[in-house]
Structure formats: structure tokens, C-alpha cells
Design a protein around this ligand. Structure first.
Ligand code: F6R
Length: 241
């Protein structure tokens, strides 16, 4: 694992975005795996800026998101689709044939999970997967205890995860109870993984990734089995290293 220690959120965002910018520039038909949440907001801002400044051709890239809530209309303000539209799809003018995210509004989430997994496979797999990490070490919505070989599937969210995400909703009760997520097996199939971690809330998970044993108790430790992981970690998240 390559560990890039940076001073703060801003530097993490800029340096990781520069890395993605260079990969997109070199491989215009790259298949990106993308994440939502607070962590990558700065990353998307810089990546969009770099691509626009260089007038990079983005018409051939494909993007696949990690996860989506079940039971939200894709157009609702809290859906991960809306997040991606605002931070990435619209600023770059990407079209619907390039951008993919599980559809959490379908009547059969298990079927949708299979369809999504199949779609990634048919596209040739993911070249580089961007990840954030939950305070409990989750990646995507793969909570502690998830087998590492799982593919895209439906999950029941842990109360701690619903609490953490309640800030995006009017109240905790409005936070969906279930989601569709790429499995850890799906994530590990990406050729390259880039993980962003900022803030002291992430320090335990980063400690486990770098110094802990591989264990389903900390889903993030699955990345120890991956041959090409780059971690961008700021001072606060690296506090225990
Ligand atoms: C988001 C995702 C989650 C987040 C994690 C950290 O698509 O899959 O695993 O990366 O919950 O969230 P933030 O960045 O809000 O701390």
C-alpha cells in the first residue's frame, strides 16, 4: 500500500484529484468507480477544475458508483444520484450513457444488485475505485461482519451509519434503513483502489488498515489483500500511525 500523508483536507483533495486527472488524461475510456459522502466533495471540485482547465476529453469515460439508498427517488435531494449529478455529472456534462449508480427506487433491489454487478462486468471491470471510509471501517455500505467475497447486494444499514448520515436529512427517521452497495469482492476486483481519509473520526479505521489484522470486524482491512492501494490520509486521520 502506498501511503501519501498530507497536511489537511484541502491537500488530500487536490493531490488525489490530480492523480485521477492524470489517469483520465492517459486513458480517456477509463472506467471509474466513485464514492459519495463528505470526504470526496473537495476531490470532485478539483478534479472538475483540472479536467476543464485542460479541456480533457471526458466523453468516453464511464463511472460506476459504489452505492445508493433503497426507497429514495433518484431525484430526491438526499439520493447519491443527486449528489453525483451536482458534484460530477453536470459540471462535466456527462451523459446518462456514461454514469451508473444502483437504482434504489426499484421494486426488487436484489434483482437490481445482480443487474448492476453484471453491468460492471460487461463494461470490463473498474480501472480505479475511489473510496471513503466510515468511522466503523465500512467501505461502500459494507458494514462490519460482511464477508469479503460478496458482490453487489442489498444491505440493512447499521444504526451508527444511519446516525452518521442523518445530517443530510430532516431527521434520523427519514434516513433509509437499507441500501444497495457494491460488495467487498466487487471493490477488490478494481485494478487500482484510492482511499481518502480526513479527520480524527477516521483515525481508528486508518490504524486498523495500516497496523491491524485482516478481519471482517473492520471491512477496510480487506484492502490489505489488494495489490494496488493508494491511501491519501491527512494529519488528523493519521494520528494513530
Ligand atoms: C459513500 C460510501 C461510504 C462513505 C463513508 C464515509 O459512497 O460508500 O462508505 O465513503 O461512509 O463517509 P464520509 O465521507 O461522509 O465521512
Amino acid at each position: 500500500m502506498k501511503i501519501i500523508k498530507v497536511s489537511d483536507y484541502e491537500e488530500m483533495s487536490r493531490k488525489s484529484a490530480k492523480m485521477f486527472y492524470q489517469m483520465i488524461d492517459q486513458q480517456p475510456n477509463i472506467r471509474l468507480g466513485l464514492a459519495t459522502g463528505s470526504t470526496p466533495i473537495g476531490f470532485y471540485k478539483y478534479l472538475t477544475e483540472f479536467l476543464q482547465a485542460e479541456e480533457t476529453d471526458v466523453s468516453k469515460l464511464l463511472s460506476f458508483n459504489l452505492d445508493e439508498y433503497i426507497g429514495l427517488d433518484p431525484q430526491s435531494p438526499q439520493s447519491f444520484y443527486t449528489f453525483m449529478k451536482e458534484h460530477f455529472y453536470q459540471p462535466l456534462g456527462l451523459n446518462q450513457g456514461q454514469t451508473f449508480i444502483p437504482d434504489g427506487s426499484v421494486s426488487d433491489p436484489d434483482e437490481e444488485s445482480k443487474r448492476y454487478e453484471q453491468h460492471i462486468r460487461e463494461a470490463g471491470g473498474i480501472d480505479v475505485q475511489l473510496l471513503g471510509v466510515g468511522t466503523n471501517g465500512h467501505i461502500g455500505f459494507n458494514e462490519p461482519g460482511t464477508p469479503f467475497n460478496q458482490r453487489t447486494h442489498q444491505v440493512k444499514l447499521k444504526e451508527s451509519t444511519r446516525d452518521a448520515n442523518a445530517r443530510f436529512f430532516d431527521s434520523k427517521e427519514d434516513v433509509p434503513t437499507h441500501a444497495i452497495t457494491m460488495g467487498i469482492g466487487t471493490i477488490l476486483d478494481a485494478k487500482k483502489v484510492v482511499l481518502l481519509a480526513s479527520g480524527e473520526r477516521k483515525a481508528d479505521a486508518i490504524y486498523q488498515l495500516v497496523n491491524g489484522e485482516v478481519s471482517e470486524d473492520w471491512p477496510i482491512t480487506a484492502l490489505k489483500n489488494h495489490p494496488d492501494v493508494t491511501l491519501f490520509v491527512d494529519k488528523d486521520a493519521a494520528a494513530q500511525l
